[in-house]
Every structure is written in structure tokens, then in C-alpha cells.
Design a protein around this ligand. Structure first.
Ligand SMILES: C[S@@+](CC[C@H](N)C(=O)[O-])C[C@H]1O[C@@H](n2cnc3c(N)ncnc32)[C@H](O)[C@@H]1O
Length: 358
């Protein structure tokens, strides 16, 4: 980071420290409301309900931080807003938001690169090639990621290439209880295994969408769908943080080992809620950390692109789902993928529409 970035951040930290007090915020807003007139310290004690020495202390902090100017007039000090001071804090906060957006974009790009390369290896399926993401070569245990989590019967339902392209940590179609005629959306559909299986479960009157942000994965999935001869399927390009589908258009969302990769999981959860129909449901496989693991504990156990470092804890998952409006949420561990981290089934529903009243 350059010194020019560090200096404004120090300024911002100092300014935020001065403002991080409800009394000081109240004093700033009272002085700002004086229409360019100075406010006498003698008039500031009553509105904040504190003694004169306490109010004087807060005014001194705000003056030293550069938000207020002070002029002594007889017995009393008078205060005014320093022109531009509040605007410059607001600009620094906007700069901080820009840095967060850049970090998010950086993580997404890193994930895309890894999965583009995985798709190319899988396209080239010389069997031994082994992709380097949520797959055995990265983690040294073929029993916890990939096609071994499906039954042989499921394998025989779809082209071998699609089956072997599995990079998941579970089998979401097995838990989503799909019914004929339903519309399903698979977030981060990869080589398409769960979309192909879903399309068979929902039958010709139903439909299965696969959403993925990586062109190479979409090409692999479309080739697999063509081999399967599936017609009730569409693979669409996009990010699960901004799903390119209409509100209330989906009956069931599935996803297999993808949400842990997102740099903005609250956006993913909010988008899932938006596109589900009232009464719609989630059947997700994902990696979930035990609640006591800190973020650095998770990072020690594996990489972000290996589906470990970015995993939510059990509690964090349930909180995010509840905050978005989901009900009946549950997280059930199926198998350990790293110490105290699990492949898990996450379920929840969007509340059914209320019967109209009045
Ligand atoms: C671990 S692989 C899982 C693929 C597939 N679900 C499976 O079980 O084989 C992750 C996939 O999610 C996609 N992906 C990762 N982050 C994404 C995002 N933010 N939006 C859409 N797709 C994403 C990647 O391109 C990749 O295809």
C-alpha cells in the first residue's frame, strides 16, 4: 500500500475516533443546524442533557480533530463547523468503500482463474489430470470431494464426463426432494452434474438452470448437456451475488460447494431469497466450520479456492439465512473435510405467501 493511501487512512481513523461518541455526534449536528451562525457553549448543555465541563470536553475533542472552530467571546466560547471538514471524512469513507470493492473483485477473479483452469483440465479428461480446486489432488482425500459422494446409480444417469467433472462436497439433488414440474437453479454449476441430475428429477414439465461465472466451466457444462441430450436445461453466465433471473421465478435452489467461495455471502443469500418463489426452498451442500473456529483457524486448514478458508461457521450460516428472511433453516454435517470443518447440507425455506386479507 502506498504512503498516500496510508496517510488518508490515518486521518480517517483520527476523525472517526473523534466522531465515535453519541454526544459528539449530537453536538456536531446542533452546531451544523445553526445556519452558519456560531453556537454558544452556553446553549449546548441543555440539548445534550450533560454538565458544562462534560460538554466542554467533547467540544474540545471536536475542535482538536478539526471539525469545529472555536472563538472566545467574553465568558463563553462559541463554535462553528469548519467548512469542508465533514465532507472530507465522507470522501475518505467513500475511498474505503472503493478499497472493499476492489478486494472483493480480487477474490472473485482469483476463484475464476482457478476454476477456468480446472475446467480446461476436466475438458481434457485424461482421467489422471486431476483439477486443482475442491478436489482430491489439492486436499489429498478423494472421499470428501467429487463424484465419490454420488451413488453408482446416479453416475449411470448422466454422461461419464459430467459425473467425473464433479468438484462438489456433497450431493444436493439427493436432499432437495425435487418434484416433477419444478424449476431448479444450481448456483456455481461447474461441469453440470447437479443440473443434469435435477433436470431428470423435475422431468420434461420442469426446468433446471445452471449459473456459473466461468466461461470455461459453462462450455464444459453445455458440452455435457449436449451429450446427455437434455432439453429442459439452460446454463447461464453470471455471479451468484447478482443472479440474472427474475424475482420469485425459482422453486428450488441447489448449490454444491460454491457459497464458501463468495467474497460477499450476504449478497448471495439476499439474491437466493429474491429469486425464490414464496414457499421455495434451498438444498445446498457446502463446507461449514465448527463455531469455535476463527477466520484464521479456517485459513490455516486450507485455501480459499480449495473451498476451506472462506467457509462460514454453522452459526454464521444460520444468522445470514435468518437475516435475509429464510425460515426453518438447518445445517447438518455429513462428513469431515478438514479438522473441525465439514461437508454439510444446508436447508431453509422462503416463507409462503400470506393469504390476502381485507
Ligand atoms: C467447487 S466448483 C463446484 C462446481 C459444481 N457445483 C460441482 O459440484 O461440481 C465451484 C464452481 O462455482 C463457480 N463459482 C465460484 N464463484 C462463483 C460466483 N461468485 N458466481 C458464480 N459462479 C461461481 C466456479 O466457476 C466453479 O465452476
Amino acid at each position: 500500500m502506498s504512503t498516500t493511501t496510508v496517510v488518508p487512512m490515518l486521518d480517517l481513523a483520527r476523525s472517526l475516533k473523534a466522531l465515535a461518541d453519541p454526544t459528539r455526534l449530537r453536538l456536531i449536528s446542533i452546531v451544523a443546524a445553526s445556519d452558519g451562525q456560531e453556537a454558544c457553549a452556553c446553549d449546548l448543555t441543555a440539548p445534550v442533557g450533560l454538565s458544562q465541563p462534560t460538554v466542554s470536553h467533547h467540544l474540545k475533542v471536536l475542535t482538536e480533530a478539526g471539525f469545529l472552530s472555536r472563538t472566545q467571546r467574553g465568558t463563553w466560547a462559541h463554535f462553528a463547523i469548519v467548512p469542508g471538514a465533514l465532507e472530507s471524512v465522507s470522501e475518505l469513507i467513500t475511498g474505503l468503500t472503493g478499497l472493499t470493492a476492489a478486494a472483493t473483485a480480487g477474490i472473485t477473479e482469483q476463484v475464476r482463474e482457478v476454476y477456468a483452469s480446472a475446467a480446461l483440465q476436466l475438458t481434457d479428461l485424461s482421467a489422471e489430470s486431476g483439477a486443482s480446486c475442491c478436489v482430491p489432488t489439492d486436499l489429498g482425500n478423494g472421499d470428501v470431494f467429487g463424484s465419490s459422494l454420488y451413488t453408482a446409480g446416479e453416475g449411470s444417469e448422466i454422461p461419464e464426463e459430467a459425473f467425473l467433472a464433479s468438484l462438489g462436497c456433497g450431493n444436493p439433488t439427493a436432499v432437495a426432494d425435487l418434484r416433477a414440474g419444478e424449476t431448479v437453479l444450481d448456483l456455481g454449476s461447474g461441469g453440470g452434474i447437479d443440473v443434469l441430475l435435477s433436470a431428470r428429477r423435475v422431468g420434461p414439465t420442469g426446468f433446471a438452470y445452471g449459473l456459473d461465472m466461468t466461461d470455461e466451466m459453462l462450455a464444459l457444462a453445455r458440452a455435457n448437456a449436449a451429450k446427455a441430450g437434455a432439453t429442459n436445461i439452460e446454463f447461464i453466465k453470471g455471479q451468484m451475488e447478482d443472479i440474472p433471473l427474475a424475482d420469485a421465478s425459482i422453486d428450488v435452489i441447489i448449490s454444491n460447494c460454491v457459497i464458501n467461495l463468495s467474497a460477499d455471502k450476504n449478497a448471495v443469500v439476499a439474491e437466493m431469497f429474491r429469486v425464490l418463489k414464496p414457499g421455495g426452498r434451498l438444498g445446498i451442500s457446502d463446507v461449514v466450520a465448527e463455531n469455535h473456529l476463527s477466520e484464521s483457524d479456517r485459513q490455516e486448514r486450507g485455501s480459499l479456492t480449495g473451498c476451506i478458508a472462506g467457509a462460514l461457521s454453522n452459526e454464521e450460516y444460520l444468522e445470514a439465512l435468518a437475516a435475509a428472511g429464510f425460515v426453518g433453516a438447518s445445517v447438518e454435517y455429513t462428513h469431515e473435510v478438514a479438522a473441525e470443518m465439514h461437508g454439510a447440507i444446508v436447508k431453509a425455506s422462503k416463507p409462503a405467501a400470506q393469504a390476502g386479507c381485507c
